[in-house]
Structures are given as C-alpha cells and as structure tokens.
Design a protein around this ligand. Structure first.
Ligand SMILES: N[C@@H](CCC(=O)N[C@@H](CS)C(=O)NCC(=O)O)C(=O)O
Length: 246
C-alpha cells in the first residue's frame, strides 16, 4: 500500500487494536468492482465519501489518478491518514482486517474467505467482464468469444451453486467474499445467465439483497452501462495511455 508522507505503512494487525478513526474517499464508477467496496463501507458504517470518476471522459487516465493507481482503474481507496490502495480485492481485505469484520468467524473460515475472494478476482470477475465485453460492447460480433465467455460464466455460476448448496455463505459466515461476488451477478443477463436456474445461488442472491447495507449500496450506486458512443477511451488503450490530453 502507498502511504503518503513517507512513513512505513501500518500493517492490518497493528491496526486491529487501534481501529483508527480515519475517514475514507472512494474513487469509483458505478460498476461491480466499485460496488463491492461500497457494500463493505456501508456494512462497516464508516465515514466515507464517494468521488465519481468519469471513465468515458478518461478521468482515470490523468497523471493525478495514475499517481494513485498506475493501472488507471477504479476503485481506489484513500484514507485521511494518507493511505492509498487500489485493486478491489485488496481494498476489501484491508478494511475487513483493519476492523476485524467479515473475514470469517475463525481461522478456517478466514482462509475459505480468501479462497473465494481470490476466486472472484481471478475467475468470476474477469470471465463475466469478458462476457459483458463480447456480448455488449465489442464493435465486432465474435461468435467464438461470445460462446466461450457465456459458457464459462455458466460453469462458474454452477461452481457457486454447488458451494452455496453446502453453506449459506461462501466462507461459512457472511464475508467480503459474498460482497465481492454479488455485484457480478446483478447483471447476469449481460452474461447470458439466469440466477433462477441455480436454486442455491438464487436463495443466496435473495439473502444478499435483503441485507440493508447491500440494498442501500445498490439504491445509491446502481451499476450502469456506459453508452456505446462513449466506449472510445475504454476500448482503445495501449501502454502509455495515460495523460491523453497532456
Ligand atoms: N482488478 C481490478 C479491476 C478494476 C477495473 O477493471 N475497473 C474498471 C471499471 S469496473 C475501470 O476502471 N475501467 C476503466 C478503464 O478500463 O479505462 C479491481 O478489481 O479493482
């Protein structure tokens, strides 16, 4: 984690006892990766403010944004004590560990939580993201890619359904792993899927929706589609894409 001001970053363990009364700024766009962090901020009832990043206008490609996240993507979390962190999975772990909440009720669950969190970050997110891309945004119709990512999304929904038929929550108790997955299922239709086809997944989906923090996050920050006329900046980036106007 970057810590402005030059001092060594505090570790999560050090922070447990202190639970610093920091406030937070979340640089976000209404998309699944931002929504998962918003759900956690609401679950923890933290003092935070959302700062909208206009992806279609290229706000993420400015040198100011790149100084916070060299990968030039949302979400980015900043704290009032100078910490800056990117990657939604890392942000979820950071806050969960800092406040000692939502990482499982014991050591076994804690590792189950990390396992499902990494599964979301490495499998569900990237595959569903490519399904969105080829089914909705790609300027060319590519049947192979559409079939590949639609089928793989379907397989991953099956993996979730199997797990959730053994346990009401992914790691045993409600955790950041559930918060990471749910926002990717909200637009199941964008991936060519129906949650209702998977009974245990559908029950879990309902349970998520009934949580007041999840409902409040969705009410205030519903994920939305970028209109086709604004895709340009998102679809044509190569290395050194930062600072297009500088
Ligand atoms: N692995 C990253 C992915 C972040 C990501 O892809 N963010 C998208 C919005 S969901 C973004 O900022 N896109 C802007 C761009 O590609 O220029 C995370 O989970 O934080």
């Amino acid at each position: 984690m970057t810590r402005r001001g030059g001092k060594c970053p505090l570790t999560a363990k050090e922070n447990h006892s202190e639970q610093p009364a920091a406030s937070y700024v979340l640089h976000y766009y209404p998309s699944p990766n931002s929504l998962k962090v918003i759900i956690l901020l609401k679950e923890l009832e933290l003092d935070w403010e959302g700062r909208y990043v206009d992806l279609a206008a290229g706000d993420q490609l400015t040198s100011e944004f790149a100084a916070m996240n060299p990968n030039c993507k949302v979400p980015v979390l900043e704290s009032s004590i100078g910490e800056v962190l990117f990657e939604s999975g890392a942000i979820l772990e950071f806050l969960a560990e800092r406040f000692d909440r939502f990482m499982g009720a014991n050591d076994h669950e804690r590792w189950q939580c990390k396992q499902w969190l990494y599964w979301q970050m490495s499998a569900l997110g990237p595959i569903a993201g490519q399904a969105h891309h080829f089914r909705k945004f790609a300027p060319e119709h590519v049947p192979y890619a559409i079939r590949r990512y639609t089928d793989e999304s379907h397989r991953l929904y099956g993996v979730l359904n199997e797990r959730l038929s053994q346990s009401p929550w992914l790691c045993g108790s409600y955790s950041v792993a559930d918060m990471a997955v749910w926002p990717w299922l909200v637009h199941a239709d964008w991936q060519g899927q129906r949650v209702s086809e998977f009974p245990a997944l559908a029950d879990w989906y309902q349970a998520m929706q009934s949580r007041s923090a999840v409902a409040a996050a969705w009410r205030s920050y519903p994920t939305r589609e970028i209109p086709p006329e604004d895709y340009g900046i998102l679809l044509n980036q190569r290395a050194n894409a930062t600072n297009p106007s500088e």
